[in-house]
Design a protein around this ligand. Sequence first.
Ligand SMILES: [Zn+2]
Length: 422
Amino acid sequence: MNLLKYVNGMLINHQMMSVIRRTLHTSTIALLLVTVLLSGCSNSNLGTDSVNAQGAITEQANGSTTAQAAAPEPVSTDQPTNKEEAKTTSVASPLPLKEGKVVVHYIDVGQGASQLIIGPSGKTILIDAGNNDKEKVVTDYLKKQGVKKIDILLGTHPDADHTGGLDAVIRTFDIGKIYMPRVQANTKTFESVLTEIAKKGLKVSTAKAGLTLEWEPDVTIKMIAPIGTYPDANDMSAVIQLTYGTTSFLFTGDAEVESEKDMVQSQVNLNSDVLLVGHHGSKTSTSEAFLNRVNPTYAIIQSGKENKYGHPTNVVLDRLAKKGIKIYRNDEQGNIVFSSNGKEIIPSVTEWKPSTKSAVPVQPVSKPIEVSPSQATTEQKETVYYKNCAEAKAAGAAPLRKGDPGYRAALDRDNDGIACEK
Ligand SMILES: [Zn+2]
């Protein structure tokens, strides 16, 4: 049973609650999480806190699936209230600008994701840290940039290709605030992140839509997802938008169509100059409707050379190219750095262009093609059925990731979201 995976985010019925209670009492990870989440709240014993944690889960089950609802915040006591956030938003005027730049590093961590943001006065944000085996790549990169402290550390969601290097980062650098969505994974990788957080006596604030993160005075950072709770951990990804002057960047984690739909339907202005393409260019993300609303000039794809998932997919590359969006790829171009002076965006490398005929043709169109959200979703739901893995392999479709056409839980024996991987 992999129930623990969604304890923090899922809707829970009464039967499941009893299973979860058992799991909470027996699992090291659960104990660690409770310790970490509540370390800043109280010094009382774990038994009492566990009750509080369960109360929090029940609360989630009963109520709010949107960030607007003012649910009590069990994770962090120093989290600003929604009212305070609103005040911050209206006060934070991005102009006039000081001299200085916001520099965004899309670090090449192979098949995974990691972005370092350095502000005009030198404050830092790190979003994700790639896989476990890339932790030294990330820590070395940060040291080379002169980073001593991460002012905001954001783990978009618990998948190993995002959280793998976070433990080393926490060990190596001073850490300010940590944000993670209310979802966890039953993995050693995630456990070691929680262990490092606990060792340093840090606490985790819940990443959810509606927050405004305090960072640098001239820069506005809004968290625009997750808006609700979702059965797929990818959709629980924290999504943030950074605005500096008239320029903006969108960081999407592995958010997929379900989360994108909610973002599109929310009243948030998604319009951004630079889009970090969701889920490494998987076809389960970057729906037409979402892309129309973001309407970026530049798109960055963080994926590894010849990765087994086939990221980035031609569907997404094609969708970007047809809109005349300039594409940048870690697998083709290594580290990619974008800077903004508040008025314009300056990429460190020239855009990526497909080198073969079979690749995506670049056909800029003057008008965006309007596609309704329902049409965009239909495209994701092709009816493909593989009787078994042999059939999926013969069709060249294996491995199948959750969300891929033809993926079924029955084919995913180890229940890790990837079927027929061997
Ligand atoms: Zn990922």
